[in-house]
Design a protein around this ligand. Sequence first.
Ligand SMILES: [Zn+2]
Ligand SMILES: [Zn+2]
Length: 445
Amino acid sequence: MGQGLSCGSGDEHGLFSAVQCGDVETLKAVLEKNPSLIHHSTVYDRQSALHIAAANGQIEVVTMLLNQSVNPDLLNRYKQTPLMLAAMHGKISCVQKLIEAGANILKFDSLNGRTCLHYAAYYGHSECLKAILSSARTSHVAASWGYARFVNVRDGKGATPLHLAARQRRPECVHILLDNGALVCASTGGYGFPGSTPLHLAARGGSLDCIRELLAWGADRLHRDASGRIPYTVALRYHHGACAALLNPSSAEPLVWPSPLKFISQLNEEAKALLERALMEANKEREKNILKGTDYSSPSPTPSDSGMDDNISEVSDTEVCCICFDQICTIEVQDCGHQMCAHCVLALCCHNKPKPTTTSPPEPVCPFCRSNIVQLHVIKVTKDDDIDRDISSKLRKSRRSRNFSEGSSSFKGLSAVSSFGKMTGRGSGRIAAENEWIDKPLSVD
Ligand SMILES: [Zn+2]
Ligand SMILES: [Zn+2]
């Protein structure tokens, strides 16, 4: 990034070298001799000592400078703040320190009009991204700008952080941003190819993982950019064959995370992780079918890689989900207490064809008793305590036999479906609420 350590005096040179390599003792000595040096910057790029320390992850120097009341929002030649440079280089401790010291997360550089959030997303530093987002949630930015608006902040070419993460093949950042309200269908209206969605840019970048994330959040494969191209065409043009296969509008629709559902947005971390994993597994399974017979089928991770399959060997067959008779029960529906596997929960809630015309879709109900789903909980399996486990297993058994005897029509209907993938057309209008939200102009420009 051209630190440009060209120096005026010997002292100044000493200062910047000490800052760069984190030599606090030398730095103290130099500053004692000439205190005004603390305000000097490099000749060409006008990097301050704080910029150089932040970019190099020299947390001790950053702390020392901030303690001496150096302004955390100093600007270099390109109007970059030390926070932007720390986010660019993934220096998480410096990012945290600068934010603590009150660094403004809503500054725009003069190169591309980007914020520190753009930098973290572009360079794929997910920890830095999380730290900035968490600061945005609590800082004045949430009050003055609005959190959702900050997450979708645009650079000089209309790109949101999600666009950049998708373009640069950063699936983890794509996931975090989507989880924090990034608009999956945002259009750049100027970046590179005018009017591109994150899916167009992921198609150009060629990252299957990014494409999978975006599709699971309801990205539209039929959205056209300013040149009239759908993401599929873009992937073909850049010779990303496997990506193109998934983006082909005629290939199977992936499951979409049912974010508009109230009990989904209120999931605890554990249940959310479990369901997200089940969703990704289901979609990867579909991918395999799509890519089968093409040149792009890649070796998939062995089943033992996922924690879910480890459980199977530990639990008896009495805990098999009685909707699919395939997976083990991992989720309990509240308030009724009926249990099923994560895949069947998703089958109840997911919908892969958004129908924006449906305005108030019905909430899914428990397939066993048709009561409303208030909450979903992960079933705890106590591995160490055999007695406890026996009891809980018996309880489960009796509950299930009750399910069988009740034999509601909904249960029969569900058990007749051999693959939950076939059920996902149910309740497909439910994405409407999210689409309304997306259509609302955010006026972030
Ligand atoms: Zn099941
Ligand atoms: Zn129930």
